[in-house]
Design a protein around this ligand. Structure first.
Ligand SMILES: Cc1ncc(COP(=O)(O)O)c(C=O)c1O
Length: 459
């Protein structure tokens, strides 16, 4: 039987000729890149120059070479580091993942580098479909964009238009929503909005506190107080189901259900920010992990997706003119994002016994054993799946920074989260191997011991 003509909507990687050519190019690039390293002095100079150009130095003396493998990344001076933070949650399959490189190379050889909403290509359609395939029956539409903050801006505009003239938004204490002016106001971090003109339309409620048996009631009371003080004026409530920048805090399902049901009764939009949780909590969306699909109106995603988007119910579809933007995303980002979702589906990552959940349990065991050996240095832990954190020593910010710098010197990349206490955060690649995990924890242990000795504090 004659083979039917392939569709332009299918991945060109299905063609053996295209795949072979992609592999050849990737091999050539990797071989060439591997031969290029900077001598120590030239590396230092490049870092200093980068600091000058940015107007401030980098947090770590880190300049990538352009090569890596799995959780390991090679720096331009030829040294390698274990990357347990992945570009703050972006490199979901680690570095130089073969499948992603092939998808990316083929997408990069396509018609345009970026795609907009006026002239979308097949990658735009594939990514939109892939996102909605997983989003449940309520979320019917998706609008792509180029950063988590931009997806959140679109979400905010849709909510305000739908709930007009309600002009207030409720957000959690310690939450983070992004770096635009509006998102800086929704973010509960004074330093992130210092000097900015604020609109004063954000109302906060406390996030779940596991040490307080009345925590849910306290948050409900705070929401109630806002609703009664501003009758008809509260448009939406922003939910970060696992607070990432705030210190990797989550809450039981009942906490969110209580608040979301309250929002529903008060006609307040339920807006879930999944920019950091996307594909990290064992389902594609944390609202699925927590079984909240029936409650959400608007959901934003980003980071690991290599693109960003807002997903929304029919009721929140805005009138023409409200959302647009030149870029919907890069062709490579969209293609890799769609491929990520397909891989999560087909390579056993999802579900209570999928690879993301199992990774969370592997990390738990490693932390438990570290905590036994260093009870004063490894304090309270929090985390789910591929997002994890712990309080180092007393949780003061300078000590946490010292541990992170020591870990970097040992060969491990980590990042902070939250404040009072400051935690050390891991946003792990979903496909991290046991060997990589073990090496990383061995480096962490060495770093902690060094800091304990230097600062003369017991581990
Ligand atoms: C929960 C959350 N929302 C929004 C953002 C903003 O995303 P972006 O930095 O891509 O604008 C982030 C980034 O860290 C985030 O963690």
């Amino acid at each position: 039987m004659a083979r039917s003509k392939p569709s332009p909507l299918e991945s060109l990687l299905d063609s053996p000729r295209v795949r072979d050519a992609a592999r050849t190019l990737i091999d050539a690039v990797r071989e060439e890149a591997a031969e290029r390293t900077l001598a120590p002095q030239a590396y230092e100079k490049a870092l200093r120059q980068l600091g000058r150009l940015r107007g401030r130095p980098l947090l770590y003396p880190f300049l990538a070479q352009g090569l890596g493998r799995g959780a390991r990344v090679t720096l331009a001076d030829g040294t390698t580091k274990l990357d347990f933070i992945g570009g703050i949650g972006v490199y979901g399959m680690g570095h130089s993942d073969r499948e992603f490189l092939e998808v990316a190379v083929v997408a990069a050889a396509g018609d345009t580098v970026f795609q907009g909403h006026l002239q979308p290509g097949p990658e735009y359609l594939r990514l939109s479909r892939a996102l909605l395939r997983h989003a449940g029956p309520r979320l019917k539409h998706v609008w792509l964009s180029v950063s988590g903050a931009m997806a959140n801006e679109n979400a905010l505009k849709m909510i305000h238009q739908k709930r007009h003239p309600a002009d207030r938004i409720v957000a959690f204490e310690r939450g983070f929503a992004g770096r635009t002016l509006a998102m800086a106001e929704l973010t509960d971090q004074p330093a992130f909005r210092e000097g900015l003109p604020l609109r004063g339309n954000v109302l906060t409620v406390p996030f779940f506190d596991p040490s307080d048996p009345d925590s849910t009631q306290r948050s409900l009371d705070a929401l109630d107080a806002h609703l009664s003080r501003h009758p008809g004026r509260v448009a939406g409530m922003l939910f970060e189901l696992v607070q990432g920048e705030g210190g990797i805090h989550t809450a039981p399902r009942e906490f969110f259900v209580a608040l979301m049901e309250h929002c529903r009764r008060a006609q307040v939009a339920v807006w879930v920010d999944e920019v950091q949780t996307f594909a990290r909590t064992r389902e594609i969306f944390a609202f699925q992990t927590l079984d909240l699909a029936d409650h959400v109106d608007v959901v934003t995603v980003g980071k690991m997706l290599q693109a960003s988007a807002v997903l929304f119910t029919h009721a929140y579809n805005p009138r023409p003119g409200l959302i647009a933007g030149t870029y919907a995303g890069s062709t490579v980002g969209m293609a890799v994002g769609a491929s990520l979702i397909e891989r999560l589906e087909h390579e056993g990552y999802l579900g209570p016994d999928g690879r993301i959940a199992v990774l969370g349990r592997r990390v738990d065991r490693r932390f438990e054993s570290l905590q036994k050996r260093m009870p004063h240095a490894v304090g309270p832990r929090s985390g789910i799946g591929a997002m994890q954190a712990f309080v180092p020593f007393d949780g003061s910010s300078p000590v946490a920074s010292t541990v992170m710098q020591a870990a970097f010197e040992e060969g491990l990349l980590l990042f902070s989260a939250g404040d009072r206490p400051t935690k050390i955060r891991m946003l792990l690649p979903l496909n991290i191997t046991d060997e990589e995990l073990e090496s990383g924890f061995a480096m962490l242990e060495k770093a902690i011991r060094r800091v304990g000795e230097e600062l003369q504090i017991p581990c």
